[in-house]
Design a protein around this ligand. Structure first.
Ligand code: G3P
Length: 214
């Protein structure tokens, strides 16, 4: 299973959490990666953990004040990037451009979407993976696999109909190993999660619990 820990802008120590993600990754067959804020990419990547950006803009080098350039994210240590997260939405043409920019810089891509219909459109843009996250469940602690299992199954089907090779992930409310197993049982190849780790009193223990049944 692929487990992406998104730190959003939570006030956790990104290097501490990244170090725990690295250590737990090394102790399990699951693939754990961490997505810190852009300003923390370099420090996080220095821990040796697989590091992802939370967002990339559909731009090239040039006059683009305030944007995230794919090459600069890669230079800072990013191996991959989220695109179109529910909290950082893009227009369809910009999602397409962001996937292209990421590929140009050698970044792996996960395009997020709200529902199975959007997942089909996201898969058509040729990312490495798509992730379905019902926005109303984000940050609730109620896992998508339990609250809305059909959305995961339908997303897997929608993605496969467009591109049999694209990986399908799910996220929202996931915080335990049982949630990760349930996501896998519904056909997801990985999960995105944030608050269950970034807001935990003991992020390392939360991560160990996540991968325990895998
Ligand atoms: O990117 C993952 C995220 O949106 C899910 O958040 O807090 O429900 O795990 P959370």
């Amino acid at each position: 299973m692929f487990v992406l820990v998104n730190l959003k802008t939570y006030p956790c120590d990104p290097v501490d959490v990244a170090t725990a993600v690295r250590d737990v990754d090394e102790a399990t067959d699951a693939r754990l990666v961490v997505a810190p804020q852009a300003a923390h990419l370099e420090r996080v990547a220095e821990t040796g953990v697989e590091t992802w950006a939370q967002h990339v803009d559909p731009i090239d080098y040039g006059s683009n004040t305030g944007h995230a350039l794919a090459e600069s994210l890669a230079d800072a240590g990013a191996d991959g990037t989220l695109i179109n997260h529910s909290e950082r939405r893009l227009k369809l043409a910009d999602i397409d451009g962001a996937v292209e920019a990421a590929e140009r810089a050698g970044l792996e891509t996960v395009v997020c979407a709200n529902n199975p219909e959007q997942i089909g459109a996201a898969a058509a843009l040729g990312p490495d993976a798509v992730a379905v996250e019902p926005p109303e469940l984000i940050g609730t602690g109620t896992p998508v696999s339990q609250a809305d299992p059909e959305v995961v199954e339908d997303a897997v089907e929608a993605a496969r109909n467009v591109d049999p090779d694209v990986s399908v992930l799910c996220g929202a409310g996931i915080s335990t190993g049982d949630d990760v197993v349930a996501a896998g049982d519904l056909g997801a190849e990985g999960v995105l999660l944030a608050s269950g780790v970034a807001k935990a009193d003991d992020p390392r223990a939360a991560l160990e619990d996540l991968v325990d049944p895998l």
